[in-house]
Write a protein that binds this ligand. Structure first.
Ligand code: AMP
Length: 144
């Protein structure tokens, strides 16, 4: 059911998009909102969420929204690379609970990778300090 089902307008990211739950914002325009993952799998883990769509996952994203949304994902990834200078950047996206999805509003993960640093498992990152996330978000935003 998690891959096929109806969009819940009260999912966590819908609430963040409406400003009902706060986030540490990196970027926002008419097509997407990017914010820090509060349980980062590595330093600088950002989530990029499309705006104005009720898509639970990538399979449901209307075709005419794919281009604008992925352009924002790439823009954030480029800024993460420029700001944090990781050795790699991993871009991940999950569709359906068996694939690892836990929040059912489409999102891409932009995860910087650092040589020799083990990645925390998906959903197993430790909760980050808000002040630390805000400082990283500021660095990334400055590189956009
Ligand atoms: P997924 O498991 O692919 O659906 O990703 C959901 C992501 O949301 C996980 O990486 C969580 O760490 C992250 N997450 C959960 N709650 C919050 C929150 N309040 N703010 C930011 N990220 C969150």
């Amino acid at each position: 059911m998690s891959l096929h089902g109806s969009y819940d307008p009260d999912n966590l990211f819908a609430k963040i998009l409406r400003g009902e739950i706060s986030c540490v914002k990196v970027f926002e325009d008419d097509a997407a909102l990017a914010f820090m993952d509060i349980f980062p799998q590595s330093r600088g883990h950002v989530l990029v969420v499309p705006k104005g769509v009720s898509a639970r996952n990538f399979l449901e994203l209307p075709r005419d929204r794919i281009g604008p949304y992925l352009e924002r994902v790439q823009r954030v990834a480029v800024a993460v690379e420029k700001a944090l200078q990781p050795d790699g950047v991993q871009i991940m996206q999950f569709n359906g609970a068996p694939a690892g999805q836990t929040v059912f509003h489409l999102h891409f993960h932009v995860i910087p990778r650092y040589e020799g640093v083990q990645l925390a498992g998906h959903g197993q990152g430790k909760k980050a300090e808000a002040a630390e996330l805000a400082a990283i978000a500021k660095e990334i935003a400055a590189a956009l």
